[in-house]
Design a protein around this ligand. Sequence first.
Ligand SMILES: [Zn+2]
Length: 323
Amino acid sequence: MKTVNTVLGPLETSKIGFTLMHDHIMGSASGIPQVYPELLGKDYKKRIIKGLTAAKKAGINTIVDADTFDLGRAVKILAEVSQSSGVNIVCCSGWFGELPGYLGSFSSDQYAQIFAREVKEGIEGTNIKAGILKSAADFGGITPNGAILLRGVARAQLMTGVPIMLHSYSPDQIGRQQIAILKEEGVDLRRVKLDHSTDTKDMEYLTWIIEQGCYLGMDRLPGIHVPPLARVSPEGRIKTIKDLIDAGYANRILLGHDAFLVSSFFDTLPDDAKKKLETDNPYGFFYINKVVLPKLREMGVSEKIIKSICIDNPRRFFEGTSE
Ligand SMILES: [Zn+2]
């Protein structure tokens, strides 16, 4: 029996169901939900439970929460909202942003140890275990600290066997640098997904990633259209998914929105950018169900393929199988 770690314990992969593979339940910064919850806005927990309960009702069975420790991951709260809503939540270990200067300089092996502990033993003194590892590189490529962290994630993958999700900046093909490091570390690339791959329409690059063995995280639906991320329209993103299906790669696509149910981030944006985010995606976690899947059906994608992308691919990704 194969299982995936969720915040409520191991879940049989056969029961994973319709899965959002990259979304954020409460994105902020390390310690915010536990110490300064008011920065997440009024009744934030109630709003999360309301959103997740609606998601469950709409058929969303599992969510991979992309909030690492430095994005404000709070596993006890995740367990509480999973219990209340019935949505399975897979939480992640690893690191998203730059290391704060006051953290000192730890080695990749030291990071690998703590990330692996979060998968094998638990997080914050609980027995809640991470089901996936995350690393990130954005504009400008992998930074020196980013490389230390990515190697830490790679080594934790080898120690634990759980898959890796990579935040990546696809317009500049940053995935090539990330994949090169993972190859050096000996990670099986079939256990890796390159996220935010909807930010490019470059089929040559996308098929190259698939040929390396990786999955494509076709999240950012409809996209975060705040400069400089406005390169691909919502329709363009769906068209790329269709092109990948037509090219025979339906079994390598993993869907998500990269949306935030509750967050402190967007408070810092100017009002017009905030408004634009809302008008671009009025559906939040339901955009795939309400817009993307109907559009794919309209374009001629069969129900069988849609089910396979939304349910079988997440299962296969966590199992590390191709069947
Ligand atoms: Zn994200």
